[in-house]
Design a protein around this ligand. Structure first.
Ligand code: DUC
Ligand code: ZN
Ligand code: ZN
Length: 467
């Protein structure tokens, strides 16, 4: 039976425009928009009418970088696909792209199938996958082609974490050459992990074991150098490149220089680099461990360059790199040795609100907020216009957002399965009120009405910024 939902009276914001319009949803998709007060809008009837007066009507967020259940440092990220996607919905995100992991010595297929199985029937919102390449060899290079055809059109490589996820320059070049041929997009963790491991060892020998030393050994120059090297390798291969979790001003400069040359080089940053800093890593009593992630948090002076990069489009996407580990029992693994602290921060629930706060703080326009959090990640990863916008034919993934509601971010009220918030006590203005995923109410006036298994696996096209 056909279900019609009408969202009345809100301000519709997309990456392209803002208009006071009513939105008609039919069979899980946007059927039509009509400017407020027009005859067309007045004539619409529906089974369900949602009053969005004084609210924003925005596309559901697309978080293109999450790690549910990631195995790391002898433990696992604490959000499952069930808890993590539910929390995402609470925060106004309706699509995640998570990273399936290849184990060294095993086929991509095996890792991917494991990720399909983890997520199947568990998700509250739609999901897709990238693939982490941990072992680039002749066999896995061939498998990349099959994955692109299957809708896994992006591959993360690591210049960091020797012995775990690390690829050397030869492996990186070969994977880039393959992606140049098959249409895949290489996503790069750009840090010189070989040099960092030397600095880690030397720091520990000097007795520098606290979390703040994590930030000190993972030097800005080693992010900038790896970013530069990744760009040159991509040029040699004739391949596009997407650099993940950019945190340092000098790395943004490398991206800007590449883009000024007209290269297909893209960059992502994350809320933790925009709102947190090495001050957090230096918090006493091992509290700094809560903020250990890689790339690391930087001195706060770097934030201005990140905001500027987002405004000038030298950075195009804000994702979360959501990779939560509980303080108790998980982050604590690194007491006395910062290198044993599992790397990662929670954030999938906070991204849309923090970026809305950035609008209020004057860093971004409202449309740019939607662009970097919804439309561009959808285009970058082949999901547009099904995801990332409000337009006829798009999936009805829609958030009714209250732009004046105050909230205090806290672990006491968040829905992520982690025992702390990286933004504990931070006061922001703006809050998700209602969320629809393919026309179904997932959050209804701040009550969870979704279900595990509503979220569907979504195969992706190739990057839509490439000709
Ligand atoms: N960085 C993190 O902080 N966590 C997981 C993987 C990564 O690259
Ligand atoms: Zn990474
Ligand atoms: Zn990551």
């Amino acid at each position: 039976m056909s279900t019609r939902t009408l969202i009345r009276g809100g301000l519709v914001i997309t990456a392209a425009e803002e208009l006071h319009a009513d939105v008609l949803i039919e069979d899980g998709r946007i059927a039509a928009l009509a400017a407020r007060g027009t005859q067309a809008a007045a004539a619409w009837s529906a089974d369900r009418v949602i009053d969005a007066s004084d609210k924003y009507v925005i596309p559901g967020g697309v978080d293109a970088h999450t790690h549910m259940e990631l195995p790391f440092g002898g433990t696992f990220a604490s959000d499952s696909f069930e808890t993590g996607t539910r929390a995402a919905a609470w925060g106004g995100t309706t699509t995640i792209v998570d990273f399936a992991v290849q184990t060294v010595g095993r086929a991509l297929r095996e890792g991917l199938d494991a990720w399909y199985a983890k997520a199947d029937g568990k998700c509250a919102i739609d999901y897709a996958f990238h693939m982490i390449l941990s072992d680039v060899n002749d066999r896995t290079l061939k498998e990349m082609d099959l994955l692109v055809e299957e809708g896994i059109t992006s591959f993360k490589l690591f210049m960091a974490y020797p012995g775990v996820f690390y690829s050397d320059d030869g492996q990186i070049l070969r994977a880039m050459q393959r992606s140049a041929a098959n249409g895949g997009l290489i996503m790069m963790h750009a840090e010189n992990g070989i040099a960092i491991d030397v600095l880690v060892e030397q720091a520990l020998q000097r007795g520098e074991t606290d979390p703040r030393h994590h930030g000190e050994v993972r030097k800005v120059i080693l992010e900038a150098e790896a970013t530069h090297r990744a760009i040159q390798l991509a040029r040699v291969a004739g391949a596009p490149l997407y650099v993940v979790h950019v945190s340092a001003e000098e790395a943004v400069a490398e991206l800007a220089a590449a883009r000024d040359k007209g290269l297909d080089v893209f960059g992502e940053t994350c809320p933790q680099y925009l709102f947190l800093s090495t001050d957090n890593l230096a918090e006493p009593d091992f509290e700094g461990a809560k903020y250990v992630c890689s790339t690391p948090l930087r001195p706060r002076e770097h934030q201005a360059a990140l905001w500027r990069g987002l405004r000038t489009n030298d950075l195009q996407v804000v994702s979360t790199d959501h990779c939560p580990f509980c303080f108790t029992g998980q982050k604590e693994l690194g007491r006395g040795d910062f290198s044993k602290i599992p790397n990662g921060l929670p954030g999938v629930e906070n991204r849309m609100d923090l970026l809305h706060q950035a609008v209020l703080d004057g860093h971004l326009t409202r449309r740019r907020w939607i662009e970097i959090a919804c439309a561009t990640p959808a285009r970058m990863f082949g999901l547009y216009p099904k995801k990332g916008t409000i337009a006829p034919g798009a999936d009805a993934d829609v958030v009714i957002y209250d732009p004046v509601a105050p909230q205090t971010i806290s672990a006491a009220t968040h829905h992520m399965n982690v025992d702390y918030s990286a933004y504990e006590g931070k006061q922001v203005t703006g809050r998700v009120e209602t969320v629809l995923s393919r026309g179904e109410l997932v959050i209804d006036q701040r009550e969870f009405t979704g279900r595990a298994g509503h979220g569907l696996y979504t195969p992706r096209a190739t990057c839509q910024y490439l000709s």
